[in-house]
Write a protein of this length. Structure first.
Length: 178
Protein backbone atom coordinates (compact mmCIF):
# COMPACT_ATOMS: atom_id res chain seq x y z
CA UNK A 1 0.00 0.00 0.00
CA UNK A 2 1.51 3.36 -0.94
CA UNK A 3 1.13 6.66 0.94
CA UNK A 4 -1.66 7.91 -1.33
CA UNK A 5 -3.88 4.91 -0.63
CA UNK A 6 -5.35 4.81 2.85
CA UNK A 7 -8.02 2.60 4.26
CA UNK A 8 -11.24 4.38 5.01
CA UNK A 9 -12.01 4.16 8.70
CA UNK A 10 -15.66 3.38 9.31
CA UNK A 11 -17.18 4.38 12.64
CA UNK A 12 -18.35 1.41 14.70
CA UNK A 13 -22.02 1.55 15.50
CA UNK A 14 -22.80 0.17 18.92
CA UNK A 15 -26.27 -1.35 18.88
CA UNK A 16 -27.59 -0.94 22.44
CA UNK A 17 -30.28 -3.56 21.80
CA UNK A 18 -27.66 -6.27 21.14
CA UNK A 19 -25.13 -5.25 23.74
CA UNK A 20 -27.65 -4.99 26.59
CA UNK A 21 -31.03 -6.61 25.77
CA UNK A 22 -32.00 -6.86 29.51
CA UNK A 23 -33.88 -10.12 29.89
CA UNK A 24 -34.91 -10.41 33.52
CA UNK A 25 -36.49 -13.45 35.19
CA UNK A 26 -37.42 -13.23 38.87
CA UNK A 27 -35.28 -10.09 39.17
CA UNK A 28 -32.13 -11.78 37.79
CA UNK A 29 -30.57 -10.46 34.59
CA UNK A 30 -30.31 -13.58 32.43
CA UNK A 31 -27.98 -11.86 29.96
CA UNK A 32 -25.05 -11.47 32.38
CA UNK A 33 -22.11 -13.61 31.39
CA UNK A 34 -20.50 -14.76 28.15
CA UNK A 35 -22.46 -14.50 24.90
CA UNK A 36 -21.78 -16.15 21.57
CA UNK A 37 -22.61 -14.11 18.47
CA UNK A 38 -22.53 -15.51 14.93
CA UNK A 39 -23.08 -13.52 11.75
CA UNK A 40 -24.00 -15.28 8.52
CA UNK A 41 -23.41 -14.09 4.93
CA UNK A 42 -27.15 -13.69 4.38
CA UNK A 43 -27.29 -11.02 7.11
CA UNK A 44 -28.64 -13.17 9.93
CA UNK A 45 -27.11 -12.44 13.34
CA UNK A 46 -27.59 -15.14 15.98
CA UNK A 47 -26.69 -14.48 19.61
CA UNK A 48 -26.70 -17.21 22.27
CA UNK A 49 -27.41 -15.71 25.71
CA UNK A 50 -25.79 -17.01 28.93
CA UNK A 51 -29.05 -18.69 29.97
CA UNK A 52 -29.30 -20.57 26.64
CA UNK A 53 -31.90 -18.31 25.00
CA UNK A 54 -31.19 -17.42 21.37
CA UNK A 55 -31.81 -14.04 19.75
CA UNK A 56 -32.00 -13.88 15.95
CA UNK A 57 -32.01 -10.68 13.94
CA UNK A 58 -31.70 -9.97 10.24
CA UNK A 59 -29.35 -7.13 9.40
CA UNK A 60 -30.53 -5.16 6.40
CA UNK A 61 -30.09 -1.69 5.06
CA UNK A 62 -32.82 0.73 6.05
CA UNK A 63 -35.59 0.81 3.44
CA UNK A 64 -36.43 4.08 1.75
CA UNK A 65 -39.02 6.01 3.79
CA UNK A 66 -42.56 5.69 2.49
CA UNK A 67 -42.71 9.45 1.91
CA UNK A 68 -39.87 9.33 -0.67
CA UNK A 69 -40.74 9.58 -4.34
CA UNK A 70 -39.35 8.03 -7.49
CA UNK A 71 -40.26 9.62 -10.82
CA UNK A 72 -42.96 11.82 -9.22
CA UNK A 73 -44.73 8.76 -7.80
CA UNK A 74 -44.95 7.82 -4.15
CA UNK A 75 -43.38 4.45 -3.45
CA UNK A 76 -43.96 1.99 -0.68
CA UNK A 77 -41.15 -0.51 -0.86
CA UNK A 78 -41.76 -2.42 2.34
CA UNK A 79 -44.49 -4.40 4.07
CA UNK A 80 -46.70 -2.73 6.71
CA UNK A 81 -45.03 -2.58 10.15
CA UNK A 82 -47.38 -5.19 11.66
CA UNK A 83 -46.00 -7.77 9.18
CA UNK A 84 -42.30 -6.90 9.57
CA UNK A 85 -40.37 -8.99 12.11
CA UNK A 86 -37.48 -7.05 13.66
CA UNK A 87 -36.01 -9.86 15.75
CA UNK A 88 -36.76 -13.25 17.24
CA UNK A 89 -36.05 -14.77 20.65
CA UNK A 90 -36.01 -18.54 21.11
CA UNK A 91 -36.16 -19.49 24.78
CA UNK A 92 -34.82 -22.60 26.45
CA UNK A 93 -38.48 -23.55 27.09
CA UNK A 94 -38.99 -23.80 23.28
CA UNK A 95 -41.04 -20.64 23.06
CA UNK A 96 -40.52 -18.32 20.09
CA UNK A 97 -41.07 -14.59 20.61
CA UNK A 98 -41.32 -12.50 17.43
CA UNK A 99 -40.79 -8.75 17.85
CA UNK A 100 -42.70 -6.84 15.18
CA UNK A 101 -41.81 -3.40 13.76
CA UNK A 102 -45.03 -1.83 15.12
CA UNK A 103 -44.04 -2.75 18.72
CA UNK A 104 -46.29 -5.81 19.03
CA UNK A 105 -45.24 -9.35 19.95
CA UNK A 106 -46.23 -12.83 18.79
CA UNK A 107 -45.36 -15.70 21.14
CA UNK A 108 -45.49 -19.29 19.90
CA UNK A 109 -45.63 -22.11 22.48
CA UNK A 110 -44.53 -25.72 21.88
CA UNK A 111 -48.05 -27.11 22.44
CA UNK A 112 -49.43 -25.11 19.48
CA UNK A 113 -50.82 -22.22 21.54
CA UNK A 114 -49.96 -18.68 20.56
CA UNK A 115 -50.35 -15.23 22.08
CA UNK A 116 -50.15 -11.91 20.28
CA UNK A 117 -50.60 -8.30 21.25
CA UNK A 118 -52.30 -5.27 19.72
CA UNK A 119 -50.78 -2.25 21.45
CA UNK A 120 -53.04 0.13 19.54
CA UNK A 121 -56.14 -1.46 21.10
CA UNK A 122 -54.42 -2.40 24.38
CA UNK A 123 -55.40 -6.05 23.92
CA UNK A 124 -53.71 -9.46 24.14
CA UNK A 125 -55.12 -12.43 22.22
CA UNK A 126 -54.41 -16.08 23.08
CA UNK A 127 -55.34 -19.11 21.02
CA UNK A 128 -54.83 -22.39 22.86
CA UNK A 129 -54.00 -25.73 21.27
CA UNK A 130 -57.71 -26.67 21.17
CA UNK A 131 -58.52 -23.58 19.04
CA UNK A 132 -60.22 -21.47 21.74
CA UNK A 133 -59.51 -17.76 21.27
CA UNK A 134 -59.32 -15.62 24.43
CA UNK A 135 -59.20 -11.82 24.43
CA UNK A 136 -57.74 -9.86 27.36
CA UNK A 137 -58.16 -6.08 27.48
CA UNK A 138 -55.45 -4.35 29.48
CA UNK A 139 -57.44 -1.22 30.32
CA UNK A 140 -60.15 -2.92 32.38
CA UNK A 141 -58.78 -6.47 32.74
CA UNK A 142 -61.81 -7.92 30.94
CA UNK A 143 -61.27 -11.48 29.65
CA UNK A 144 -63.62 -13.08 27.12
CA UNK A 145 -63.59 -16.35 25.19
CA UNK A 146 -65.05 -16.63 21.69
CA UNK A 147 -67.93 -19.06 21.50
CA UNK A 148 -66.73 -20.84 18.35
CA UNK A 149 -63.37 -22.62 18.22
CA UNK A 150 -61.01 -22.46 15.30
CA UNK A 151 -61.43 -25.45 13.00
CA UNK A 152 -58.72 -28.14 13.35
CA UNK A 153 -58.15 -30.72 10.60
CA UNK A 154 -56.35 -33.93 11.54
CA UNK A 155 -54.47 -36.05 9.00
CA UNK A 156 -52.15 -39.07 9.24
CA UNK A 157 -48.90 -39.15 7.27
CA UNK A 158 -48.83 -42.65 5.69
CA UNK A 159 -45.01 -42.80 5.53
CA UNK A 160 -44.13 -41.80 9.10
CA UNK A 161 -47.49 -42.51 10.77
CA UNK A 162 -47.27 -39.01 12.30
CA UNK A 163 -50.45 -37.16 13.20
CA UNK A 164 -50.75 -33.73 11.59
CA UNK A 165 -53.12 -31.19 13.12
CA UNK A 166 -53.69 -28.11 10.97
CA UNK A 167 -55.53 -25.27 12.66
CA UNK A 168 -57.61 -22.74 10.74
CA UNK A 169 -55.13 -19.94 11.56
CA UNK A 170 -52.27 -21.86 9.90
CA UNK A 171 -50.66 -23.44 12.99
CA UNK A 172 -49.36 -26.94 12.19
CA UNK A 173 -48.71 -29.44 14.96
CA UNK A 174 -46.92 -32.71 14.21
CA UNK A 175 -47.05 -35.62 16.68
CA UNK A 176 -44.83 -38.65 16.12
CA UNK A 177 -45.58 -42.03 17.63
CA UNK A 178 -42.63 -43.15 19.77
Amino acid sequence: MNDEEQEEELPEEDNKEWSDPKIEIDGNDMTKGAKLTMTFNEGLVVQVQPNGDIIQKGVTTNPMPKSETKGNQFVQDQLPDHLVETQRLITTDSQIVKYMADGNFIIYFPDGSLTYSDKRKGTWYTINSKGVKRTRRLADGMVTDEKTRLKITTKIDPETNATLKIREDGVLQVEYID
